[in-house]
Ligand binder design. Sequence first.
Ligand code: IVH
Length: 381
Amino acid sequence: MTTREEAAERGKQLREEIDHHTYLYYILDSPEISDAEFDSLVRELQELEQEYPELATRDSPTQRVGAPPSEAFAPIRHRSRMLSLDNVFDEDELKGFLNRVRKQVGDIVYVVELKIDGAGIALTYEDGLFAYGATRGDGVTGEDVTANLRTIKTLPLRLRSKEPPAVLEVRGEVFMPKRSFLELNRRRQEEGKPLFANPRNAAAGSLRQLDPAVTAQRNLDVLLYELGHIDGQRPAEHHRFLEMMKEWGLHVNDKRVLATSIEEIMDFCREWMERRDDLPYEVDGAVIKVDGLELRERLGFTSKAPRWAVAYKFPAEEKTTRLKDITINVGRTGALTPTAELEPVFVGGSTVSRATLHNADEVKRKGVLIGDVVLVHKAGD
Ligand code: IVH
């Protein structure tokens, strides 16, 4: 027989162990136990919490799904505006940005990161506990999607820190990995449901589900990249803050560099423009940011975007074009596949003139007609 105290002690131990292995698995990418061993820890905790429901604390790893569906999302006003970024499209335009910064603050260090193509979010932790999270909305007010965010396995419900900041707001991107997106659309097609146009729409749609149980099945992920607000020790540099976030157990992208010259920045941009198909998620560019947080304050903002950062956009993977014809291809097995013959369009770094329409039902369901303007989305090669 376990006493209540023994159960509470074991529950605490299990929660800590599960959090530790979740961190090793999702944040550091280096698991130390097998999936089966992990599952058995979770099962033991679930059984314990069933027997002693008071042990199921809000930050327990068993509590990711459990909130009832809601009728609508409550508005959350952001502590500071969630702005967007100015874009540059080539080296010359990037040079313009770097020159403007140099004129104001001299030669400085930049952090170059990948620009994740997802949905912007702001997460607030109070005394280390995940308190609430909001979508970007119109930049001033977002929607409270806390219950849905709690279902994301890479989002820690408690920060790994003995002395967490009293209030911490971090900003980042919720996204759907490419594989999950393809799998989701494959399933939806089988079920005759409308398909998502791209992983970004799928991520945004999944985040705004009224029933968190649906979001939980969508395999969303999150990467954090900015400090929104901190009541506590503020780091002096952005790259230091990224390291701090990782130590706290927040999911941070390791694919980034510190750079002091346009050559170093362009090397990073070129590398990922070429290798973007190797990434498990979609990116639409790189973000070049001033590293020093005090320098950022000196540079300030325009009405729309910070003067201390810029997005270097990669060629779009989505373009519109005209459907010229629908032809029928006969496969090796005799299966008939309707194929869209398109007005050639340059998308995602190559020219596309044909796309599969899968089968006659899909053509009917989509209601595509010759002469229509269609959206071409390139997913990998
Ligand atoms: S920094 C003040 N870093 O791109 C703006 N944004 O087009 C600070 N995004 O609204 C944003 N990856 O939703 C930043 N590594 C990254 C990003 C990133 C994706 C999104 C973000 C932003 C949008 C601007």
